[in-house]
Design a protein around this ligand. Structure first.
Ligand SMILES: [Zn+2]
Ligand SMILES: [Zn+2]
Length: 80
C-alpha cells in the first residue's frame, strides 16, 4: 500500500492536509508553521524561516517559545 503524504491539522485535527497546502481548509490555521516566536531569532530568516517539528515547544536555537506552544496547541512531553 502506498503511503500518502497527508497530515493532520495541529489545531482542528482535520485529517487530510496535503503537502501543498499552506492553510488548513477547515480552520484556516497555517500548516507547518511552528516557528520561533522571536522575530529576531536566526531561525526566522525572512527568506527561509525554519519551522520546527510540531511537537517542539521551544526554539532549539534561542530558547523562545515556539508558535504552536504559544498558541496553546502543544505541551512539553514527559520523558522517563
Ligand atoms: Zn485545521
Ligand atoms: Zn529562536
Amino acid at each position: 500500500m502506498k503511503e500518502e503524504n497527508k497530515s493532520r491539522c495541529i489545531k482542528c485535527h482535520y485529517p487530510n492536509l496535503e503537502e501543498i497546502f499552506t492553510f488548513c481548509p477547515n480552520c484556516g490555521y497555517p500548516v507547518n508553521s511552528n516557528y520561533c516566536s522571536d522575530d529576531n531569532c536566526e531561525m526566522n530568516d525572512p527568506d527561509d524561516p525554519v519551522a520546527f517539528p510540531e511537537t517542539d515547544c521551544f526554539c532549539n536555537y534561542c530558547g523562545s517559545e515556539t508558535k504552536y506552544f504559544k498558541d496553546g496547541l502543544i505541551q512539553p512531553q514527559k520523558y522517563d
